[in-house]
Design a protein around this ligand. Structure first.
Ligand SMILES: *Cc1c(COP(=O)(O)O)cnc(C)c1O
Length: 410
């Protein structure tokens, strides 16, 4: 990253002038924390006492036998408090807010997972908390809204525009412009204006630091490949950072293929060629947009992957070919989910199941002495109704993943 927050040609900070000073202050607070030798140990203590860190690296012996190729290991971010890697980021930002002496946090949320994680952090640290959420999403995500409110947050339904995530983002920024003296904006992923991508990536690097140590202990050498799903890119950046300097470790990001990239109903910004460079929401990255630069509607069975932009850090690693990008369709995801439940007694989140799909496609052709790691970003309990609905439509069964080949069952 350069001084202005660019990763190659990607990133930057395209923000209204009134927010310049706030971003400068945030950047300074972050850099001071990063160079303070006491800060990371304090973060580790918090995460081990409050969020089950270090999370285990599980050897998936049954899946490894099933595919007969590489040894399959699963990094268990589902065992974090609130059920996903999001806790790594929000708790870290909580410590930073305390350091800056601010008393209130705001966030925007689509599916509600980031809202719940932020409300949890605010309760723990004693901050006031306001969550912006599109009216449409408030209706779709009742259980998450319920918990945010019970945790003490104020949830504000946003009624402008399409009443979904991007309108909530605008509304949260409007709040911040008038409240920045005592309020911190909790960014949920490695996106947005500098310094957010750098800051969120740093907190999430805890995943990769642990995973590197754990695979060396369990397998005796580095993994050949590491797989992670990519929404905004924070769980992927989290685990990839453990292996970025090891050229022999191949890194694979899996985006939401939705109904198939050829249908246009997906959220693949880097895999395939539907994405294009643009500046929106305060930063430059690869977006899904039409020829006028209007953001397109995206689709995925996994709400957390359903986003038009992607981390500028990943756009850079994509351009440099350090990370390979692919996509998994909704139906492939259902097949991988069922296989993982039956073979290992583990229920991945729909988001995480995208990474499982790609690992299952590649494992059989890898040699037995090799290992691969799947980053399991979260647990699937939250997806119960979506999964139950999807299982009613048996068309996913034609994607049963057998020894890495997908075949039509009929
Ligand atoms: C939010 C979420 C994601 C997507 O976010 P990233 O920033 O791409 O990691 C993935 N998995 C789970 C379980 C999530 O809750």
């Amino acid at each position: 990253m350069d001084k202005k927050g660019y990763y190659g040609q990607w990133g930057g900070a395209f923000i209204p002038e009134v927010l310049y000073e706030t971003f400068r202050e945030l950047g300074r607070a972050f850099e001071e924390a990063r160079s303070d030798p006491d800060f990371w140990p304090e973060y580790l203590r918090l995460m081990s006492s409050y969020s089950c860190r270090p999370t285990p690296l599980t050897h998936a012996a049954n899946l490894s036998d099933h595919f007969g190729g590489a040894g399959i290991y699963i990094k268990r971010e589902d065992l974090n408090h609130t059920g996903a890697h999001k806790a790594n980021n929000v708790m870290g930002q909580g410590l930073l807010v305390k350091r800056m002496g601010k008393k209130r946090v705001i966030a925007e949320t689509g599916a509600g997972q980031h809202g719940v994680a932020t409300a949890t952090m605010a309760a723990k640290f004693g901050f006031a908390c306001t969550i912006y959420m599109g009216e449409e999403d408030v209706a779709r995500q009742r259980p998450n809204v319920f918990w945010m409110e019970k945790l003490g947050a104020t949830v504000i339904p946003v009624t402008s525009g399409s009443r979904t995530l991007k309108d909530a983002i605008n509304e949260a920024f409007r709040d911040w412009v008038t409240s920045m003296d005592d309020t911190h904006y909790v960014m949920g992923t490695v996106c947005g204006p500098h310094p957010f991508p750098e800051m969120v990536a740093w907190f999430q690097s805890i995943i990769g630091r642990e995973a590197r140590r754990q695979i060396l202990a369990a397998h005796g050498r580095l993994p050949a490949r590491v797989f992670a799903c990519v929404g905004g890119g924070s769980n992927a950046m989290g685990i990839f950072q453990g292996f970025l300097d090891d050229p022999e470790v191949e890194l694979i990001g899996v985006e939401a293929g939705g109904h198939g990239i050829e249908t246009g109903q997906h959220a693949a910004r880097l895999a395939g060629d539907d994405g294009s460079a643009g500046v929106a929401q305060g930063y430059k990255t690869m977006f899904l947009q039409d020829s006028d630069g209007q953001m397109r509607d995206t689709h995925s069975v996994a709400a957390g992957l359903d986003y038009v932009g992607v981390s500028p850090i990943l756009s850079d690693l994509w351009e440099k070919k350090r990370v390979r990008f692919t996509a998994a369709t909704d139906r492939e995801v259902m097949a991988a989910l069922e296989l993982t439940m039956r073979k290992e007694g583990i229920i991945p989140a729909l988001e995480s199941a995208h990474a499982f799909v790609q690992a299952f496609k590649e494992a059989p052709a890898m040699s037995r002495g090799e290992a691969l790691i799947i980053n399991m970003s979260g647990r699937g309990d939250k997806d119960i109704f979506t999964i139950a609905d999807a299982f009613k439509d048996p068309s996913w069964k034609q994607f049963i993943i057998d020894k890495g080949r997908q075949y039509a069952a009929d």
